[in-house]
Design a protein. Structure first.
Length: 293
């Protein structure tokens, strides 16, 4: 069960000056991503600020995205929670809305055991929407170990893993388990795209694809053609731009990046704040260097 291959965009949630979701911006933003070669959209993952979006906002926006996308690419909705019951509820709601699958982050803060991870994902996968697991221990405090991943890969309804540990050894371990089990693997760190693809990943769920969909699509295409010389050169070219997208916690910098290319996605909701002046200058310089502005 492979929901997509290539570049998936972990999309931001655009807020208007009144603080509500701006649907005009969201509409244009969707077209920007699809025309840039993005093969899947991921609303309300970490980049979409789901912790500060109400249930009513989530439902309305997700239905809007699914309608506007009109099956041109899969829509895979964020459905994570540190409550298994609530994650199941999110997954069921996403399925009812017509999402093609759900992205489910490891339960944060609770710091469950590896057994707890298995039971959590088993329960969410039973809700009926294909599940891409999301491993990002720097933000959750929980890490999916290789032996746990091997067990999870055999659970019906598990459709892949987004690996965002930032640890090359773990990326390699993930690649090995996924190659042996047939589980799709997606890189969750833009800076490790070429490394992950060389190890056999199926694509990336990308923050950088928001302001730079064509660049990230080109990078994946080069890897798919086994042109790793050109892929390496492009990865190096994008390296400072990618680093600048994480100079403050995601999605603070990428929201500023979207503003710089003409999409008024607004500021993040508190407790996240707008990008500081020094970091804004760094981001602008990096985007100019690669021709995005």
């Amino acid at each position: 069960m492979k929901l997509f291959k290539g570049v998936g965009a972990a999309i931001v949630t655009p807020f208007g000056k009144d603080g509500n979701i701006d649907y005009d911006v969201l509409d244009a933003y969707i077209e920007h991503l699809i025309s840039g070669g993005v093969r899947a959209l991921f609303p309300f993952g970490t980049t979409g600020e789901p912790a500060t979006v109400t249930a009513a906002e989530y439902d309305k926006a997700l239905k809007f995205i699914i309608e506007r996308v009109d099956r041109r690419v899969p829509v895979i909705a964020g459905a994570g929670s540190n409550s298994t019951a609530l994650a199941c509820e999110h997954a069921e709601n996403a399925k009812r809305s017509g999402a093609d699958g759900v992205l489910v982050v490891t339960p944060y803060y609770n710091k469950c055991t590896q057994k707890g991870l298995i039971e959590h994902y088993k329960a969410v996968a039973a809700c009926g929407a294909p599940v891409i697991m999301y491993n990002v221990p720097s933000r959750t405090g929980v890490n999916i170990m290789p032996e746990t991943l091997a067990e999870l890969a055999g659970i019906s309804g598990i459709a892949g893993i987004k690996e965002a540990s930032g640890n090359i050894e773990q990326v390699q371990n993930t690649a090995k388990v996924c190659a042996e089990s047939g589980l799709p693997a997606y890189c969750g760190d833009d800076g490790l795209t070429t490394v992950a693809m060389a190890l056999g990943f199926d694509g990336i769920i990308s923050v950088a694809a928001n302001p730079a969909p064509a660049y990230m699509s080109e990078l994946i295409a080069l890897c798919d053609k086994n042109d790793y010389g050109a892929a390496r050169a492009l990865q190096f070219k994008l390296s400072e731009f990618i680093r600048s997208l994480f100079c403050e916690v995601n999605p603070i910098p990428v929201k500023k990046a979207m503003q710089l290319i003409g999409f008024d996605v607004g500021a993040p909701r508190l407790p996240l704040t707008e990008l500081g002046p020094e970091h804004t200058a760094r981001l602008e310089a990096a985007m100019r260097e690669v021709g995005l502005i």
